[in-house]
Write a protein that binds this ligand. Sequence first.
Ligand SMILES: Cc1cc2nc3c(=O)[nH]c(=O)nc-3n(C[C@H](O)[C@H](O)[C@H](O)COP(=O)(O)OP(=O)(O)OC[C@H]3O[C@@H](n4cnc5c(N)ncnc54)[C@H](O)[C@@H]3O)c2cc1C
Length: 383
Amino acid sequence: MTAARSVLVVGESLAGTTAVRHLRALGHAGPLTLVGAEEQGAYSRPPLSKVVLKDPSADETLGLALDGLDVDVIRSPAVAADTDRRTVTTADGRRIGYDALIVATGAGARRLAAPGQRGELVLRTLEDARRLRARLADATSAIVVGAGFLGMEVASACAARGIPVTVVDTDRPLERVLGAYLSAEITARAATHGIRFLQASGFATLTGDPVRGVALPDGTELTADLVVTCAGEIPCVDWLEGTGLAGRLGVGIDHACATTVPGVFAAGDVTYLRAQGTQPDRRAPFWSNAVAQGRAAAASALGLPLPGPAHDDYFWTEVTGLSVKVVGRLPLLGEPTAVQGSVADGRALLTWNHADGTSTAVAYGLRKPVAALRALAATSSSD
Ligand SMILES: Cc1cc2nc3c(=O)[nH]c(=O)nc-3n(C[C@H](O)[C@H](O)[C@H](O)COP(=O)(O)OP(=O)(O)OC[C@H]3O[C@@H](n4cnc5c(N)ncnc54)[C@H](O)[C@@H]3O)c2cc1C
């Protein structure tokens, strides 16, 4: 017998479907309900920027199936939760009871448009990707606001179509995530593919209605056929108002994905790991983390021991056709040790040793199984 008689998972995407699969795999035989907000059901987001923008046939390959599992799927967004009565209300008026609730509502794209300003393009959903792909078909110039992994992937999609693109940010490309060393290499490589980087002294403002450009604090104004905002994400927590579960960073969890409210657990991009010791509150909105947390939340909701750590520090991206796979702590400060190849040649295996004795391993433009990267990060650590 398991602790929770009925489990409700809100959010039908990676963290939510992982939790559902693991609830059943762990032996939960009671009622299981999954509440989703997107008509087409769960799908994988990383290919949206890497494949879907280029290839319409990819749209059909993204589904995250729940085949064979006995799950009551309701496609109507949650609009309120009452954690005293243990109920969640959906937009279509249903009130669903639960013994354990798993919050997996992810995040939405951060938008920069002023109230009422039309035509801002973002990339978070399949619908966004289809809209952007249609616009890419006849664009002759593009601006991407934000030089994080998503911004650089969108810029790469523009470059792959021969569209000159300017990426604008206050920090250099991928520097916040990967550090100065790899940022410099990636920026130089991107330039050879027609991706120009413009470092701004402050935040960009979108101009035009519909949006046609950006204005920078130093007075610079740029215009293009296409302006895409890739300025981060905002946790989807509106429906949790009044529960005390959520703040600006999302839903705070501990290492077992438990929130501060009894019977409520959370996983994926909607979460942040609450401060512990010298570690501050920390968001890690990446694929592998959503999977690890989906599993952990399922076990915790059933009162079972964790199947493994509730976080995973594997991350990957692709810039101008070059894949960068990372296992370990970020950002990467200083210079790496080259274990194999060289960054200048576009194929290298690198490690960074951190002050706390841990290491990060990076496969730069090199095919390397994640397991091998994990082993390299572990053997390079000094403790
Ligand atoms: C274009 C793109 C590329 C990416 N590439 C990479 C990559 O290369 N590597 C990597 O590690 N990560 C990548 N990511 C991040 C990765 O996709 C996310 O970490 C992952 O999708 C998080 O899963 P999630 O289930 O927590 O949240 P989400 O995928 O955001 O899903 C949350 C779901 O909850 C639904 N929802 C929201 N509010 C409600 C509500 N009130 N009621 C019911 N449902 C609701 C949403 O509609 C959504 O379907 C990428 C993300 C994007 C957008």
